[in-house]
Design a binder for this molecule. Structure first.
Ligand SMILES: C[S@@+](CC[C@H](N)C(=O)[O-])C[C@H]1O[C@@H](n2cnc3c(N)ncnc32)[C@H](O)[C@@H]1O
Length: 202
């Protein structure tokens, strides 16, 4: 990063903190089924129903990029008829390189019949999927380029897209601000549990 990029990033973070509306849930409700495991996603499960109600999101289809061990996929399986989870199941520079854990995750989630796991890089997936989803979740490697590319596709192919780690990763925040600008969608931020960005069509 050079000084100009640093400065741009600084300004965007300032904008994010000061001017992006904070998402305040009206209710917090735990989904019926959760995986018993440690996850950085814990706590966000309490506000998913609130988001779906607030923005009147249909509950048929959901796509998730970044499944890892399945915590967030199971949260979504409480609300949607069909959940697709796309991941390389290898980890990345931020979550750590975990080795191939596709079979492990598949076995752990095998009783959730509405979850379909897809072992794929998001780049290979988005060039061949033209479907529209009610809801999307982006929680892959937390670099600008990947978050922007995957997040833009998700925002253009769903009614509402959420992004994890907006507080802990400035690059995710920066990508999210740019996606909101490109799509004209409304952006909110929930500043807890490492941050959740919420993009909705107006
Ligand atoms: C933070 S973890 C996801 C955690 C999960 N959402 C949860 O909270 O239960 C990030 C995941 O993104 C995956 N990932 C990173 N880059 C990816 C890419 N280019 N395509 C698909 N998956 C990717 C990693 O393999 C890792 O499992």
């Amino acid at each position: 990063m050079n000084e100009l990029t640093d400065f741009k990033s600084y300004i965007k973070n300032l904008i994010f903190r000061k001017y992006i509306p904070i998402y305040t849930p009206l209710k917090k409700r735990e989904p019926k089924v959760l995986l018993e495991m440690t996850s950085a996603w814990k706590g966000l499960d309490l506000i998913i129903e609130d988001i779906l109600d607030r923005f009147k999101i249909e509950r048929k289809t959901c796509i998730e990029f970044g499944v890892e061990f399945g915590y967030s996929s199971v949260v979504f399986s409480n609300f949607f008829e069909q959940v697709k989870g796309v991941d390389t199941f290898e980890g990345d520079i931020h979550t750590g390189h975990k080795g191939d854990h596709f079979e492990d995750t598949k076995n752990r989630l095998s009783k959730f019949k509405n979850i379909e796991l897809i072992r794929s890089d998001y780049r290979d997936w988005i060039v061949k999927d033209n479907s529209h989803y009610n809801f999307a979740h982006v929680d892959i490697v937390h670099n600008y380029k990947e978050t922007y590319e995957c997040g833009l596709w998700a925002a253009e192919h769903s009614d509402c897209t959420i992004f994890h780690d907006t507080v802990s990763f400035p690059e995710v925040r920066r990508a999210l601000i740019d996606i909101a600008k490109t799509t004209g969608q409304k952006l909110y931020n929930y500043p807890y549990c490492f941050g959740l960005g919420i993009l909705v069509k107006n």
